[in-house]
Design a protein around this ligand. Structure first.
Ligand code: EPU
Length: 765
C-alpha cells in the first residue's frame, strides 16, 4: 500500500479537486467520509454490496454509487479509500495497487481531512457517538460553526458528517476498534472510558491503553477525561493540561444532585469547587449525564458561556439507535438501542427499568463471535434488569464463526447466573414473534445490539399499532394477542402463530372487526375450537378471530328450541337438550368442536349432521351486516356449507324432539361408547378425510395397511384409520406429508381420490 505522508494527504484533500473512490461506502463511517469529500468539492464514487438511506442521500449530493466492487473503479481515480471491513483481496484494492492509485484507510483519510481544522477527538469504548454528536451540537449552537464526523446518522445535526468552511473546529468520533486512533493529531482529546473490548484486535488491556496513550501524546491542547473511569484516570490523570469531569468530587467539572427522570436528567454542575448552575439533559441515563459533563467541560474551555451550553443541552436529541423510542402508547413503550457490550447493556437496561413501566422485555442480538467468546461471563450478568430476554444468534460483522460460540453461549451463561426469563431463538426472523407473544399492557420492550435486531422491533412496532386498534374494537372485555401459537388452539396441537389473535365477546365487536379488516385490507380468518383444523407451521397472516365468551358462549332453551352462540360447544347443546327433555341432539356429544365449526362444515356423527337439527342461523356478511337464514335458504352439502365460507355465523337455533330422560341418556351413552371404542383419545383433528362414495375412509386406510405409518411424530391411529395423531411435538409439515402419502397409496392402489375433511390453512414455515 502506498502510505502517503500526512502533509501530502492533508494537501491532497484541501487544495484541489480530485477523483476518489470509497470501497464500502454504505457503512456509517465511510458514508461520513464520502459526505466530507463531496462537501470539499471532490469527485467521489463509491461501491458497496448494498445501498442504504445514506447512499441515497449521498447520491443526491453527487456520489456515483455502484452495488458491485468493480476492479475498473480503481483505474479512473487518484485515490481509493477503504473501510477496515474491506479485505485485501477486494478487486478494487487489488487493482489500485496494480495501477498505483493511492490506497488510504478510512481513519487515515479522516485524520488528514481533520488536520485542516482544529481537531477535537472524542474517544472511549462506550457513548462516543452520543457524546461527539452532543459536542458538535453544543459547539454549533455556541456559534463556532464546527465541522463534524460522527459514527451514526444524527437527525439533529442533519447528517453523520459535515464540513463547515466557516468554523475552525472539527469534532470527530475516534474509533478505537481497529487501532486507527493512532492516526489522529488533534488539538483536544476527550476520553470517556477505557475497557477491555475489541479483543479480536487487541491482545489485552495494556495494548488498548497504549493506543489511547499515543493519541494523548499526539494531542497538542487539552485532555478531557472522565474522573470516574479508573483506566482513563490512569492514563490521563498525571498529565499536565488534563481536565477531568464526572461525579467524583475531585473532578474539575463535577456533577451533583442528579435527578434521573423517565427520559431526562437534571443535575448541578460545578467547576473546581465553584457552582455553575443546573443543567437538564433530555436523553435518559446516568451515563449520559457523565458524557454531558465532558461536553460541558470542553465547551467551557472553548469559551462558550455556561448558560448557552445549558440551553443547547436541553435541545439535544439522540442519535438514531440510542434509546430511540419506536412506539409509545399508554400500554406499551418500544425502544431500540445499539448497546452490545455488557457495560452498555447494563446501563441501557438500568435506564429502561427507571422508565417506570411494569416489565422490561428485551430482544438481544450478540455482536461478533470474538466478543461473545471473550465476554461471555460478563454478558451472563448483564441482563439482571430485564424481566424476559430473547437471545438470537450472533451478528458476525465480517467475522468467521468460532466453534461452540453462538447465542446459546450467552443464554447458558445467563441461566448459570440465575436469570429465569431467558430463551434462545436462533431464527432472527422469529424473534419479534417470541417477544410479541409475551407482551402485556405496561411493558417496555427493548431491542439491543449493533447488528440488525432493530428490524425485528420495527416489525413488532408496526403490528402493535394494528393490535392496539383491534383492542379498541373489542373493548376492555375482549382480548387481543400478537403471534399467538395456533398449536395452543387446535386439537391436533400443531400450527404456527396467528399474526393477530382477537377474541370479540359480542356481535357488534365482531361486525366492527370485519369492517376494519375489509377497510385495511387485512385477511380475516375465524377459528372456533380448532377441532377440525390443520394450520401450517408458518401460521396465519392477518386477523384470526376467535368468537368466545360473552354472547358467543350462551345457550338458551325456549320451548323445543335451543339458541346457542358459535362459541358454545356442540356438547353443551346436547346437554342443554337433555336438561330440557329434548332429544335428537345426543350425537353432538361426540363432537369436540364448537357450534361455529359444526355449522361451517356441517359436522356429523352417528349418521346425523348439524344442519338436520338447525332451524335458523344468524350470520354476519363480508360487510359486517347481520342476517337470519333457514337451512332451506342455504346450500348444504355433506361436510360443506359454501355460504359459510364467505359469511360468519354468530349463533344458531336448534330444534329438539321431546324425549324421556331415559331415552336421551341411552343415546348419549351410545354415542360416548361408540367414540370411546372406535376413536383414539390422543391429540387429533378428528377425521382427516371425507368418506368417499365407495365407503368409509377409515376402513380404506385400514385395508391399505397404512395404520401406524408415520412421518416424524405424526402417526396414523391404530384405533381408527381416518385419524392422524400427534404423538407430541409433531409439525404440520409432518402431518401433511402423511396425508399425501395416504392419498397417493389410495389413488395408486384403489383409484380413489381422497378429499380432506379437515380444513388446511396458513403458510409454510
Ligand atoms: N373402520 C375400519 N377400520 C378403521 C376405521 C373404521 O374398518 O380403522 C370401519 C368401521 O368398523 C365401520 C366403518 O369403517 O364399519 C365406519 O367407521 P365409523 O363408524 O368410525 O365412521 P366413520 O365414517 O369413519 C364418521 C364420521 C366421524 C364420526 C363417526 C361416528 C366422517 C368422515 N366421519 O366416521 O366424524 O365421529 O362417523 O359417528 O364422516 C369427524 O368428522 O371428524 C368425525 C370424527
Amino acid at each position: 500500500m502506498t502510505l502517503a505522508s500526512e502533509v501530502d494527504l492533508q494537501q491532497f484533500f484541501s487544495r484541489e479537486h480530485h477523483r476518489i473512490h470509497l470501497v464500502g461506502v454504505a457503512g456509517s463511517g465511510m458514508s461520513g467520509i464520502a459526505a466530507l469529500l463531496l462537501e470539499l468539492g471532490h469527485d467521489v464514487s463509491g461501491s458497496d454490496k448494498v445501498g442504504s438511506l445514506e447512499t441515497d442521500r449521498l447520491q443526491r449530493l453527487g456520489l456515483r454509487f455502484h452495488t458491485q466492487h468493480r476492479a475498473e473503479d480503481a483505474e479512473e481515480v487518484e485515490m481509493v479509500i477503504f473501510s477496515s471491513a474491506i479485505q485485501e483481496k477486494n478487486p478494487i484494492r487489488v487493482r489500485a495497487r496494480e495501477v498505483g492509485a493511492q490506497l488510504v484507510r478510512r481513519a487515515e483519510a479522516l485524520a488528514a481531512i481533520m488536520s485542516g481544522k482544529r481537531g477535537i477527538v472524542i474517544a472511549g469504548m462506550h457513548g462516543k457517538t452520543t457524546t461527539s454528536a452532543m459536542a458538535a451540537h453544543v459547539l454549533r449552537e455556541g456559534g463556532l460553526h464546527p465541522s463534524h464526523y460522527v459514527g451514526a446518522e444524527i437527525p439533529l445535526l442533519g447528517s453523520n458528517a459535515h464540513w463547515d468552511s466557516r468554523g475552525q473546529y472539527f469534532v470527530a468520533e475516534g474509533d478505537e476498534s481497529d487501532g486507527t486512533l493512532r492516526f489522529f493529531k488533534p488539538e483536544h482529546t476527550l476520553i470517556l472510558n477505557i475497557e477491555e473490548e475489541h479483543l479480536d484486535y487487541y491482545a489485552d488491556l495494556a495494548a488498548i491503553e497504549s493506543v489511547f496513550s499515543q493519541l494523548l501524546d499526539q494531542t497538542s491542547g487539552s485532555f478531557f477525561y472522565c474522573a470516574d473511569d479508573p483506566h482513563a484516570v490512569r492514563i490521563c490523570g498525571a498529565r499536565a493540561r488534563s481536565i477531568s469531569f464526572g461525579f467524583a468530587p475531585e473532578a474539575d467539572y463535577c456533577g451533583t444532585d442528579i435527578d434521573l427522570q423517565d427520559f431526562a436528567s437534571v443535575f448541578c454542575v460545578s467547576c473546581r469547587g465553584e457552582k455553575l448552575g443546573e443543567a437538564r439533559l433530555n436523553v435518559p441515563g446516568h451515563h449520559n449525564v457523565s458524557n454531558s459533563l465532558g461536553v460541558i467541560a470542553l465547551a467551557m474551555e472553548l469559551g462558550i458561556p455556561f448558560a448557552k451550553i445549558v440551553a443547547s443541552l436541553r435541545r439535544f436529541e439522540h442519535a438514531r439507535r440510542r434509546f430511540e423510542i419506536k412506539y409509545e402508547s399508554d400500554r406499551f413503550l418500544l425502544v431500540d438501542d445499539y448497546a452490545h457490550h455488557p457495560t452498555e447493556i447494563r446501563a441501557t437496561l438500568a435506564t429502561a427499568k427507571s422508565a417506570g413501566r411494569n416489565r422490561v422485555l428485551t430482544m438481544f442480538q450478540p455482536h461478533r463471535y470474538s466478543r461473545t467468546k471473550a465476554l461471555r461471563r460478563e454478558f451472563g450478568c448483564a441482563f439482571d434488569d430485564a424481566d424476559r430476554v430473547v437471545v438470537t444468534d450472533i451478528y458476525p460483522a465480517s467475522e468467521a464463526p468460532l466453534p461452540n460460540i453462538s447465542g446459546q453461549t450467552i443464554v447458558d451463561e445467563m441461566i448459570a447466573h440465575g436469570h429465569r426469563g431467558v430463551t434462545y431463538q436462533p431464527r432472527l426472523e422469529l424473534v419479534h414473534c417470541d417477544l410479541g407473544n409475551m407482551i402485556a399492557s405496561g411493558d417496555l420492550i427493548l431491542s439491543l445490539g449493533a447488528g440488525n435486531i432493530h428490524e425485528q422491533l420495527s416489525i413488532l412496532a408496526a403490528d402493535l399499532v394494528i393490535a392496539e386498534r383491534l383492542k379498541r374494537i373489542v373493548g376492555e372485555e375482549g382480548n387481543v394477542l400478537l403471534y399467538e401459537p395456533l398449536a395452543k388452539h387446535t386439537t391436533l396441537r400443531v400450527g404456527g402463530p396467528a399474526q393477530f389473535w382477537v377474541e370479540p365477546r359480542n356481535e357488534a365487536a365482531f361486525a366492527d372487526l370485519i369492517r376494519y379488516c375489509r377497510r385495511e385490507n387485512l385477511p380475516l380468518f375465524v377459528i372456533g375450537r380448532g377441532s377440525n383444523l390443520l394450520v401450517r407451521d408458518g401460521g396465519i397472516r392477518g386477523v384470526v378471530v376467535h368468537p368466545c365468551g360473552g354472547e358467543f358462549d350462551r345457550v338458551d332453551v325456549s320451548g323445543n328450541e335451543i339458541t346457542a352462540g358459535v362459541g358454545a360447544k356442540l356438547k353443551q347443546v346436547a346437554y342443554a337438550g337433555k336438561a330440557a327433555g329434548l332429544g335428537g341432539l345426543e350425537w353432538m356429544e361426540g363432537i369436540p368442536g364448537a357450534v361455529g365449526g359444526g355449522l361451517r362444515m356441517n359436522a356429523g356423527a352417528m349418521g346425523a349432521q348439524t344442519f338436520e337439527n338447525v332451524v335458523r342461523i344468524r350470520y354476519l356478511d363480508g360487510e359486517g351486516n347481520a342476517s337470519m337464514k333457514t337451512p332451506a335458504e342455504l346450500e348444504i352439502n355433506y361436510r360443506h356449507v359454501p355460504s359459510l365460507e364467505r359469511n360468519f355465523a354468530v349463533s344458531a337455533v336448534f330444534s329438539g324432539t321431546p324425549s324421556t330422560p331415559e331415552e336421551i341418556t341411552r343415546r348419549l351413552n351410545e354415542s360416548q361408547e361408540k367414540r370411546r371404542t372406535t376413536q383414539p383419545s390422543a391429540k387429533s383433528a378428528g377425521c382427516i378425510f371425507k368418506n368417499p362414495k365407495s365407503g368409509p375412509a377409515g376402513k380404506l386406510v385400514d385395508e391399505l395397511g397404512l395404520k401406524n405409518s408415520r412421518v416424524g411424530n405424526a402417526r396414523v391411529s391404530e384405533v381408527h384409520g381416518n385419524f392422524i395423531i400427534n404423538e407430541g411435538g409433531a409439525t404440520a409439515a409432518e402431518v401433511l406429508e402423511l396425508i399425501d402419502r395416504i392419498k397417493r397409496v389410495a389413488r395408486t392402489e384403489r383409484g380413489i381420490d381422497l378429499e380432506t375433511e379437515v380444513e388446511i390453512v396458513g403458510e409454510e414455515a
